[in-house]
Design a binder for this molecule. Sequence first.
Ligand SMILES: [Zn+2]
Length: 293
Amino acid sequence: MSGEKSIELQMMEAALSSRRDYVARDAMEILMTRSHLNDKPSDPDWVARNAYAYADAMEAARGNKIEGGEAVVGSTGVPPVSESVPLSGVAGETPATAGQRPALPDAESRIEALQRRVGTKVDGIWGPLSTAAAKTYIQNRKPSPNPWPAQDRASMEAFYGKAGDESNLTTINVAGMGVLFEGKAVNTIRVNKKCAVSLLRIIKKLSTMEVAKPFLVRYAGVFSNRNISNSVTLSTHAYGASIDLDPLGNGEKTPWPVQSTMCIEVMEVFADEGWLCAGAEWGRDAMHFQATR
Ligand SMILES: [Zn+2]
């Protein structure tokens, strides 16, 4: 979706060595490719200049200090993440407080907990068998028949109406459910009429789950009318039929679950409503959930 990578991004990918590098890389990807933050693609030069500042601001928002150019996980007692450890994630059993990532067990035990949950061999190594097991586990939770259309454009338009047509949208009230956008409370969300009630049920359920709070406070948008001419496949965001949660921890190209932090419990809630969970089903873009089969 992002087209040609900038020189800055390519250089950065070649030299990733710390948690801060990874966060900044994800920040660059998001700032460059995600239109829902400002409804138009960002200027790559601006992004390159601002990625580290953005990453550091995100760390600060998570309560993590920046010392010597590296994020130090704040008051949790967890030591700085070394380069051998993937980006921190949110473990299923770990209690979370809104606005701050919970202290994590080590990456391996997070993977083991996930393997146990999806019913595959528990060895702490995430490979193709685990990937397949997670996908099957999520897909098996979905209702049958699935209430949502297939992902192709004809099916989407027949069900949801024309892409980008705001008359297909309605507003759901999520006040008091712990949804934040860039640190500010979100009271209403505009979403396609066809999946609005379902999304409201999902957010209500997530708002009761401690493990879901760190994701709700990093809500990143539903409806976004992307520039169709620049894109081969049209985003489901253009129909108001998908939602993003915690994009910095769950980038479009960041592999789930080893580097990506989306927890399986959040995916389960979406899957129970028949929604596609990109992390488990595509193996990346774990921020993204869409009401398609
Ligand atoms: Zn998305």
